[in-house]
Design a binder for this molecule. Sequence first.
Ligand code: ATP
Length: 476
Amino acid sequence: MPPATAGILSTGTEILQGLYPDTNAQWLAGRLTAAGITVRRVMAAPDEADAVADALRFLSDRCDLVIMTGGLGPTEDDLTRQAVCQVFGSQLAEDARAWEMILERFTRRGTPPPASNRVQCMIPKGARTLYNLWGTAPGFVIEAATTGASRSVAVDGADQNGAVEGPRHSASPTWFVALPGPPRECRPMFEQYLEAEIAQRFGGGVASRILTLHTYGVSESALNDLLHPLFADLRGDPWRTLAFLAGEARVDIRLTVRGQGAAEMRKRLAPLVARIRRRVPADCFYGTDDETLEAVAGRALAQRGLTLATAESCTGGLVAKRLTDVPGSSDYLREGWVTYSNEAKQHRLGVAAATLRRHGAVSEETAREMALGALRESGADVAVSVTGIAGPAGGTGEKPVGLVWYGLAWRERRLRGIAAADDALGLGVTRVGALRVAATQTNFRSTRDLVRIYASHRALDLVRRLALGLPLCLPR
Ligand code: ATP
């Protein structure tokens, strides 16, 4: 049996006006996916009964389970209840216990409830009330037949509190769940009342596992070309999906597999990972799931007993900041400089005045001398430097905004047997006595913030590559 499908409907005109993000849908989608259910649609509807009813019909025709959030409040624009009745031809009836709970809540506060709160206790006939211990609006669950005109509330027997309209679609009843909008109410209600039942009823013992492979240095479109045959094979496969997620300086390949238990999921995942790894250059993968580039670069240094120094200009310390975000980074990070002015580059790192005059602060020569200076001053085994034009001003025809030069220097003796051979590094390596230095550039045309983030990424990736014995150049 393929996994059950779900649709999520968030109501609220403010969501459609961009006033707050739809975090309910994001959260619910994660929970349902983890329960082995395929989320097929996420929709948002304005606070209008017709629009909500339309969306409900659309989802109910396509999904085994529909979860709505919002619109259960006491005000005129809270119309979920009416929309549900419109779709199911049902009527509202007061749930006495829900009203008691609201009274108790207000009694504790020492004020009588406003009359408008009473409308919150009106629940569609035939629905199961989800009592709200975290706020005022109760939610509800309706089990319904969903075959076009015969869409109706399913009630077992005449003694239930509603009339049965139309035949029950007992083979695959659609579940409609309505939850209040505030996340602090909707989340605990889902967890407490629904999660286990939904997993048992719709998950069919199926669980899902998401594996994220982080890549750097290969574009989303290049990845798409490389993995095109795999995409074609997986189209329509309910058990395995592949997606790209382009981040600020990386592209993630996200694999979702479903299965009955860990062994089955592993069996589905392993060949997919192998196929992806065969097609994408291996040095572009830097980590999985929660691993960050700074943690991976740091671990590579630590495992080889290497230490690092940083010399930064346009990134203003971002490389050092990211490295020190990782607990335990004092094991390998010696020190870092932010040499923003030419004077600082000269006085702190020994960059020659003539180099700056002749080639400028953003140049291959300056980047090399910054890295060499940081290596000598710190006594570290590896030093990385960054100097670039973050913008928005300061660019020229020859050196546009976004141009960044990187230097990487290391002690040959300490990196012997670790780093790839000089001619395999893919960048010209210069020998300066017992030291080695290489330089490279990138040109990310983007905003100041992004140029700096991209630059910190490339700098960290250079360190990772050197410490892992990989080529320093990116694949073409
Ligand atoms: P209440 O009883 O509080 O009125 P409600 O069910 O009517 O609950 P809404 O009025 O739709 O909920 O939303 C109340 C608040 O909950 C919103 O102002 C917003 O802060 C938050 N909220 C609603 N829907 C979402 C959503 N999809 N994602 C994140 N926050 C939401």
